[in-house]
Design a protein. Structure first.
Lengths: 343, 343
DNA sequence: GTTAGCACTCACACAAAACGAGTGCTAAAA
DNA sequence: TTTTAGCACTCGTTTTGTGTGAGTGCTAAC
């Protein structure tokens, strides 16, 4: 366990390193507010902290920088929540006052604000449509053989796909099929449509639809709804302002990673309820080894449906980002709920 | 006018600089295939070419690099079209064989292929939905006061927006309104919906809809369809591989620019029919002053509806890119048309 | 236990020197 | 008259050497 003095010194090192990005020496620490010991004492303690793995030394004659373990301890035990004045809160709310009539717009806008306020890059995940429930199904024919199938959910999301009509299926059959589906599938979550039909509706469909076997392929197409979670990013270039990304190689790695949508989803998905802080290795993705990511879920009807996250160097301003992401995710949730107003 | 020898030397300089990115000296040129003159002769000619503005010299004791004027002359007069073997063509077609059932997917896929083959960044503009004609209109109520309005076009694009229902408008009125609109607006281009209604339908609507004035706001919302041209990019990191973007400042500028969607649209929009090559300043956008962009339109029913483009340093391989973008835009157009098969 | 003092380490900044690719000019060769 | 070989010169780049200073660990005194 760390002594009170060690904690204070660790705190001082991190607090300084976060803004300077330079190894912190004993003299600097000793002069810091809240540290009343001489440089020599600090040196001794820092040597101990290094031995315990909380600090690192780039080379013998340099100051110390926090290790990943150091950051973790800092976040878990040394962080005091950021205090906001009512004026700050007002200012933030002000930024959300813009009129918005698209959910997509709202997410992008929130992402922009977050990136602007933190000066780090933000990545957001659009709402999971798959847990929404079916409200309305429609097939619009375009030609003899092609049509568009549209599914509207209870939260107003619209999922569409282009389908081809099997040769021996008539328009009237399609209409009857869609009507039946609309009647029976209302309220079923998109994710369960297929299994629901297979389990509960097969016999009924067989009874009501002529040549049921011919429509099977069509049915499959109609119910084949992709999840398609959209990714929203902001402030990619903020990364380039960080000294740790002056190296072109590192930046390339990061950008390459950011082009792979599925891996970004993987990065943001695991976010449980509340705010999550993952530091360096803890992210388990090599490309962002030297980054930290702070994520929060946003809610609709009290249910987490999407994620907003801030990506920055491990040397990021945890205090500021954590409190900002907390406030913003709440404001955004409220905004969303008012858009969905009682379904 | 340039002599034959000068042309050959200019060609040699550019041809070399395109791969080396280093100033080209007289000795290098003289040893090049197709150039039979001594280094001294080449030196004299290069001095002339510089005076005429086709070449530049970074500093006295360095070789020459092409100027923008030089590139322009190269593209306009010295470029021989790339010859593809049937095998190459086959290989390219092979890349398109993947099954695709979303237009968006198809564009992204084409963009990826283009970026992969050229090793430059690609930017594509999704199809302009605004010229599509209305096929079907639908309003799905979500709650007492909110609904989703959906417009399906003849090419199968689905545009949606969330709308709020004015207090004194009933569901049945909405239904009647939508039915009427569906009946009268079929075949009208999205871009002209509003003016068409204002001009041709006002009196009829007044006649058929009770409390017509109350529905005005609703009508406006239903017909308020955003154009929303989507942008697809690939291989942003290919830029980082170019020596001219090793400078972090330059890369930051470019990335900042790429986050501004409207400016990208402006960058790609003007593409007239056929292939367009814009070099450096000719783009008229400061952030891409040191880049060239090659664009082509893709077609649906013989009508240009979107753009695919390659962005690279001015020192890009024009020959390769021009011919690739030519082939790919054609293949992609065909693929799209088969997806839209006869509407 | 804490602190002042001191010798030692090592990255970094800077200047001087060596290098070399490429030029322009001149004079000889074709 | 045109082309080419030769040569002195230029100037950015690389290499080498040296000084500087921030920071350390250790020791001895407080």
């Amino acid at each position: 366990m760390l002594t009170e003095r060690q904690k204070r010194i660790l705190w001082a090192v991190i607090d300084d390193y976060i803004v300077s990005a330079e190894p912190v020496g004993s003299r600097t620490v000793s002069k810091k507010e809240g540290v009343g010991f001489s440089a020599a004492t600090v040196r001794n303690e820092m040597a101990d902290l290094e031995e315990m793995g909380y600090l690192e030394q780039p080379h013998t004659s340099a100051g110390r920088i926090p290790s990943q373990k150091g950051y973790r301890f800092y976040v878990d035990h040394l962080l005091t929540p950021q205090k906001w004045t009512p004026k700050d809160i007002m200012a933030i709310h002000q930024m959300f006052s813009q009129k918005i009539d698209h959910v997509e717009q709202a997410i992008q806008h929130t992402s922009n604000i977050l990136s602007q306020l933190t000066n780090y890059m933000t990545i957001c995940l659009g709402p999971r449509v798959f847990i929404d429930k079916l409200k309305h199904l429609q097939v619009v024919p375009l030609s003899d053989r092609s049509a568009v199938s549209i599914a509207v959910t209870d939260r107003g999301h619209v999922q569409q796909q282009r389908i081809t009509i099997p040769e021996n299926v008539s328009f009237s059959t399609i209409e009857r099929l869609v009507n039946l589906l609309n009647d029976r599938l209302k309220g079923v979550p998109l994710s369960k449509l297929k299994t629901f039909v297979a389990r509960e509706l097969t016999s009924e469909l067989k009874r009501h639809i002529d040549h049921y076997e011919n429509t099977l392929e069509l049915l499959d197409q109609i119910l084949h709804i992709q999840s398609e979670e959209r990714i929203y990013t902001s402030g990619t270039t903020k990364m380039l302002e960080q000294p740790e990304f002056q190296d072109v190689e590192k930046m390339k790695m990061l950008l390459d990673f950011l082009e792979e949508d599925d891996r970004i989803i993987q990065l943001l998905e695991p976010s449980t309820n509340g705010i999550q802080v993952r530091i360096g290795d803890e992210i388990h993705i090599e490309e962002v080894n030297h980054c930290s990511i702070i994520t929060a879920s946003y809610m609709i009807d009290g249910e987490p449906v999407g994620t907003i996250g801030v990506l920055g160097p491990t040397r990021m301003n945890y205090r500021k980002v954590i409190s900002l992401i907390d406030i913003l995710s709440q404001i955004f949730s409220k905004q969303l709920n008012s858009m969905y107003e009682g379904k």
